[in-house]
Design a protein around this ligand. Structure first.
Ligand code: G3H
Ligand code: 13P
Ligand code: ZN
Length: 303
């Protein structure tokens, strides 16, 4: 059975580790994440962005997560960066067990109003809601925001009081995508500590991919043109978890692993066009990446 965001994060907050939240868009990504969670005996969050819901469809993604939930580790199925209220309502109805309402682009009061609405719907089913305050930079298919606005601690307290969210995504210097920093790759850990002290509740780090250089090199060796990508260094992620982050989002690292493995296979075996042969190495490489991140988050053995 799928478990709720509320429950999976309450335990992480109590025991001071983070649950990895990985974006799934198809079966191989879902299997890679689940194989890693099972091998590490770790709780896990499978999250679906609006883009994923559009690409794969709610029913297929729900079926994948239901199958994943039979595998002996706690699994939460979560909407990532939900902005469309009708879509959120539909996912709650279909059985998603966590919702992120992302009103970070709206004025404070409008963000409060919409988030509160979602908390009302979610509470009828007992599932959890993640809100966002501050702006995490970067650009994905459905999220465009170039500027990082760090979360204000007092505004965070007011936001949580007014909305009743179970978890809060905060901006402490990360951005989405593969190009995160123009200067040093350091997070504002002092700000994180201040927010945690005031709220003492599950906090979420978005845009947390490590963009490992070995993966970038591998993809580039087989033809990828990635420029100079830069991720959040592992020591910064570990420090963030130590100081109160309980959910860490990762998508870019999965994309890089998928891309590198597929490129390598088709370059080395140009005569092989069996999709299973092409996708199996991608699934394996993504699993390896997820296993490393689970260890970094301290959730191994917490299932
Ligand atoms: O933070 C967002 C995730 O990386 C999802 O990206 O909207 O392109 O699916 P997406
Ligand atoms: P990355 O782009 O760093 O993987 O962040 C993903 C994310 O925050 C999904 O919500
Ligand atoms: Zn995000």
């Amino acid at each position: 059975m799928l478990i709720t965001l509320k429950k999976i994060l309450a335990k992480a907050n109590k025991e001071n580790y983070a649950v990895g939240a990985f974006n799934i868009n198809n079966m191989e990504i879902c299997q890679a994440v689940m194989n890693a969670a099972v091998s590490q005996k770790s709780p896990i969050i499978l999250q679906t962005s609006q883009g994923a819901l559009e690409y794969a469809g709610k029913d297929y993604l729900k079926a994948l997560a239901e199958t994943a939930a039979d595998q002996k580790v706690p699994v939460c199925l979560h909407v990532d960066h939900g902005r469309d209220l009708d879509l959120i309502k539909a996912c709650i109805k279909k059985g998603w067990t966590g919702i992120m309402y992302d009103g970070s682009h709206l004025p404070f009061e409008q963000n409060v109003k919409n988030t509160k609405k979602v908390v009302g719907w979610a509470s009828k089913k007992g599932i959890g809601v993640e809100g966002e305050l501050g702006t995490i930079g970067g650009a994905e298919e459905k999220i465009v925001s170039r500027q990082i606005i760090y979360t204000d601690p007092d505004a965070a307290v007011e936001f949580v009081d007014k909305t009743g969210v179970d978890a809060l995504a905060i901006a402490i210097g990360t951005s989405h995508g593969a190009y995160k920093f123009s200067g040093s790759g350091r997070l504002d850990i002092h700000l994180l500590k201040t927010i945690k002290q005031k709220l003492n509740m599950p906090l979420v780090l978005h845009g947390a991919s490590g963009v490992p250089s070995w993966l970038v090199t591998l993809a580039a060796r087989y033809g990828a043109h990635l420029g100079k990508p830069e991720g959040v260094p592992d020591d910064q992620v570990a420090l963030a978890v130590k100081n109160g982050i309980n959910k860490v989002n990762t998508d870019t690292d999965l994309r890089l692993a998928f891309d590198a493995a597929v490129r390598k296979f088709v370059a080395e075996k140009p005569e092989d066009f069996d999709p299973r042969h092409i996708l199996a190495p991608a699934r394996e490489l993504m699993q390896q990446v997820v296993e490393h991140r689970i260890q970094l988050f301290g959730s191994s053995g917490k299932a």
